[in-house]
Structures are given as C-alpha cells and as structure tokens.
Design a protein. Structure first.
Length: 138
C-alpha cells in the first residue's frame, strides 16, 4: 500500500468563505499515482472545515445565512470563549460543517456522486490556515 501526504495553504481575506478545493485535491491524487484507495481531506484548524456538497452560489449564500442564525458572530460578548477573542462562533460553525471529508478513489479518480465537490469552509479568516490531503491505496 502507498501513502501520500500534502498540505494545502489558504489565506482568506474575509472572515468567512467557501472555496471549492476539488481541483487541488485532484492534483494531489494525480501526484500520488494511487489508483484505488481513499482520500482524506481535513482542515487543520479549529475554525475551518472541509465538507462535500454542490458548488452552487445560492446554496453557499443559504449556508452563510443558516450558520449565522445558528451561531451569530455578534454580539461577541454572548460567548464565554470570547474573553480576549472574537471567534467563538467560528468554532461552532466548524462543528456543524465538519472537520473532514473522505472520498473513495476508483481508477485514479475521486469517486463522487452527481454534483459533489470538496469545499474548504473558512469561519475566522484573514490568516493562513492549512488543509491536509492524505491518500492511501494502491
């Protein structure tokens, strides 16, 4: 069995964003030369997420509104975590959206369902963060 590991780095200029990272993960898969196995993609920061869904602007807008209703950023004083910080909501948004995605690798390709893409979700941006891509298989 082979193993491949690479870190992807993102610096989002805004507080929140959803970035389609499927092309970067597909590049990693090609570099790995693995044809059958699994790809793990996970956010290596506690205020960011990786998830799989549709790359559709309306859905991303709906996520933004839904997440803000679930864990509003302001007032920052509503969160005990925010003593000296202002990102408690980002931790909660990450918890809801998830830490990682696992995708089957079949015949050297990510084995997606219709419309599925991999996204990096940023909830407390404006600094560099990383995503781990780990691919194992033959």
């Amino acid at each position: 069995m082979k193993s491949y590991r690479k870190e992807l780095f993102f610096t989002v200029p805004t507080r929140r964003a959803f970035i389609n990272i499927t092309p970067q993960v597909e590049k990693c898969l090609a570099e790995s030369t693995i044809k059958e196995g699994l790809a793990l993609i996970n956010a290596m920061h506690i205020t960011a997420s990786v998830f799989i869904n549709d790359d559709e602007a309306g859905l991303h807008h709906d996520y933004e509104l839904w997440l803000e209703r679930l864990a509003p950023h302001e007032p920052v004083s509503q969160y005990r975590h925010n003593v000296g910080e202002d990102n408690a909501d980002a931790h909660m948004k990450r918890q809801v959206m998830g830490r990682e995605a696992v995708v089957a690798v079949t015949d050297g390709r990510l084995d997606f369902g219709t419309w599925e893409r991999i996204f990096y979700g940023e909830f407390d941006g404006r600094r560099q963060k990383r995503v781990l891509v780990k691919i194992i298989g033959e």
